[in-house]
Design a protein around this ligand. Structure first.
Ligand SMILES: [Cu+2]
Length: 154
C-alpha cells in the first residue's frame, strides 16, 4: 500500500512539473520577422514571419499594428492564369501544433504609409494580437530581398 501511494505521488509530481513547463512555454511564437527593403519613399512595405502555435487549439492572428505605420494587413499572393493578385485576410488561423510561414509569393504582411524611412538598421516594433488574447511585441529587421525571388507583384 505504501509503495502504491509513493508511485502515485511520483506520477502526480511529474504531471505537475509537466503542467508548469507547458504553461511557461508560449502558446504562440513569432520568428524571423523581416521587412523587405524598399526605396526610401515607398508608401507600402512587405513583411514576412513564421507563426508557430504550440497549443492544442487553433489560434488566429487577429490584428497587427504599429505606431510607425497607418495600417497593417494580412495578404496572400494568388497566381491565377499567370497573373499574380493579392487577397486580403481579416484574420489568419494557425492550426494547433503547427506553423504558418509567410514567404514572398505567399502570405505576407502589407505595411502602409511608414512614418519614417525604413532602411537597413531600422527596427520598427510591431504588435501582434491573437484570438486567445495574447499580444506579442516584436522588432522587425529590414533585409534585402533575395533578388532571385520575384514572385511578389503589386
Ligand atoms: Cu500584399
Amino acid at each position: 500500500m505504501k509503495k502504491v501511494s509513493f508511485i502515485l505521488f511520483i506520477l502526480f509530481f511529474f504531471s505537475y512539473i509537466n503542467n508548469i513547463s507547458a504553461e511557461d512555454h508560449s502558446k504562440i511564437e513569432i520568428t524571423n520577422l523581416w521587412i523587405s527593403e524598399a526605396p526610401k519613399n515607398a508608401s507600402v512595405l512587405v513583411a514576412y514571419a513564421t507563426f508557430k502555435n504550440n497549443s492544442t487549439l487553433p489560434i488566429s492572428l487577429n490584428n497587427i499594428s504599429s505606431l510607425l505605420f497607418s495600417s497593417i494587413e494580412i495578404h496572400k499572393t494568388i497566381i491565377k492564369d499567370d497573373i499574380a493578385s493579392m487577397e486580403r485576410f481579416s484574420t489568419l488561423e494557425i492550426p494547433p501544433k503547427s506553423s504558418v510561414e509567410f514567404l514572398p509569393g505567399d502570405y505576407h504582411l502589407m505595411l502602409f504609409n511608414p512614418k519614417k524611412p525604413m532602411i537597413i538598421g531600422s527596427a520598427p516594433e510591431l504588435l501582434f494580437t491573437f484570438s486567445d488574447g495574447s499580444k506579442i511585441y516584436l522588432e522587425a529587421k529590414i533585409k534585402k530581398r533575395d533578388i532571385n525571388n520575384k514572385s511578389h507583384h503589386h
